[in-house]
Design a binder for this molecule. Structure first.
Ligand SMILES: *Cc1c(COP(=O)(O)O)cnc(C)c1O
Length: 435
């Protein structure tokens, strides 16, 4: 959580430098891992002003940590936002995104086409907080308008939706959110800020699972909420958590006191303080290191994915490929608008032979790893119906693009010919062709 951010530098420069400078005491060029729980006060007055939120500084690492603060500033700089709050995971970040303004009995609208874990989190665990989700089909943005009620306090969607390469018309959805004076929250995990920047289309908040492309190497769980700083929390009485006196801080009003940093300060001073899903400094360090090569990795991820998707589309054992980089995708036109630099590297395809064949393919690959993650340098594969989307009903699975024949891949940065050769041998042996 820092208040200034670099301006005028390109994306790749910000990926390497934003938020970081040589350590003033040691000269260490790379950002140190501040593996400490707490920080010594200068004196009692200093401690008091820190606790009163009158001075920015460090008290206890549940709230803020210098390594994590560099990552927060870098993420804000990459997305073009005002501030960021890191969390222990993407799911923790989703809780922090809603927490400042949701009260029991409030509602929000969400696209139905989401990461399976998010559907479960919203449908079951959020209900225990009294936060009620209404899912709509985001393919027609007007569905958000139709589902609007006075209780609705936010709209949630993914820019590029996991797993099916679905693209949301962010500009159209943001317009509806603005008309109803509620924030649009965009999960930008699958696109990463290199491919898509939702604030440029009107989103108010962005959430990330930094576990995926941002950390990029399958090493570290993490999440972040990034605030655009552009949403006016005072424009409606709906956001009392940010505008009304906070009893936990002697009646401090976050919006009045911190202006466009209100959401971010609240995220640390109340969200992390009281809910406690703090990112570990080691994970912040690994994520910072990953982000340095984000642009390079995303270019190769996307280039490889495009070649593999085109190859799969012609494969005799494959019935369909759902990748926004293919002209056959219903999202191809939206992809050109929202993802001009590449269409991501996670997509799905259908194997002829349904559930049984999907299982065989993931069990026969050798270079690919059969696991529940995306955004690693390595190529990954999963059969969603038997794993990530297992908890859902058949109907929810199909609506989320995870039917019985669906195989999801996250194409890595290996040599593309090797990726293709592995998929080819797996498809051939699963169907026993040429075996
Ligand atoms: C993985 C993922 C999440 C959840 O993030 P975790 O870091 O696993 O908690 C949320 N949204 C999307 C799109 C994801 O891929």
């Amino acid at each position: 959580m820092t208040t200034d951010r670099p301006t005028g530098f390109g994306f790749e420069t910000r990926s390497v430098h934003a938020g970081a400078s040589p350590d003033p005491t040691t000269g260490a060029r790379n950002t140190p891992i501040f593996q400490t729980t707490s920080y010594v006060f200068n004196d009692v007055d200093h401690a008091a002003s820190l606790f009163n939120l009158q001075t920015f500084g460090y008290i206890y690492s549940r709230l803020t940590n210098p390594t994590t603060a560099v990552l927060e500033e870098r993420l804000a700089a990459l997305e073009g936002g005002r501030g960021a709050t890191c969390a222990a995971s993407g799911h923790a970040a989703q809780i922090l995104a809603f927490f400042p303004f949701m009260e029991p009995g409030d509602g929000f609208l969400s696209s139905r086409k989401l990461y399976g874990g998010s559907i479960t989190q919203f449908n079951h665990t959020f209900k225990k907080f009294g936060w009620n989700v209404t899912f709509v089909d985001s393919d027609d943005p007007e569905n958000f308008r139709k589902a609007m009620t006075p209780k609705v306090k936010a709209i949630f969607c993914e820019s590029l939706a996991n797993p099916g390469g679905v693209i949301t018309d962010l500009e159209a959805v943001a317009k509806i959110a603005h008309e109803h004076k509620v924030p649009l929250i965009v999960d930008n995990t699958m696109a990463s800020p290199y491919l898509c920047r939702p604030f440029e289309w009107g989103a108010a908040l962005i959430v990330h699972s930094t576990t995926k492309f941002l950390s990029g190497h399958g090493t570290s769980m993490g999440g972040a909420v990034i605030d655009s700083g552009a949403f006016d929390w005072a424009q409606s009485p709906k956001f009392a958590g940010l505008t009304e006196p906070s009893p936990a801080y002697h009646g401090l009003r976050f919006h009045e006191t911190f202006g466009d940093m209100a959401f971010t300060v609240h995220g640390h001073a109340i969200g992390l303080r009281d809910l406690g899903p703090t990112m570990a400094p080691m994970n912040a360090f690994l994520t910072l290191t990953g982000i340095e090569t984000l642009a390079l990795r995303m270019e190769r991820h996307c280039a490889n994915a495009q070649v593999v998707a085109e190859w799969l589309e012609k494969h005799p054992d494959v019935s369909w490929v759902s990748y926004a980089g293919l002209p056959s995708s219903p999202y191809h036109v939206l992809a050109k608008k929202y993802l001009p630099r590449g269409k991501g590297s996670v997509f799905t395809f259908g194997v002829k032979g349904g559930y049984e064949m999907g299982v065989k393919v993931v069990e026969t690959v050798e270079l690919f790893s059969h696991l529940a993650n995306i955004g690693d340098t390595r190529s990954l594969i999963i059969h969603p119906a038997s794993t990530t989307h297992r908890q859902l009903t058949d109907e929810q699975r199909t609506a989320a693009g995870a039917g019985p024949d669906v195989v999801r891949v996250s194409i890595g940065i290996e040599t593309v010919d090797d990726i293709i050769a592995d998929l080819d041998q797996a498809l051939r042996s699963a169907t026993r062709r040429n075996a």
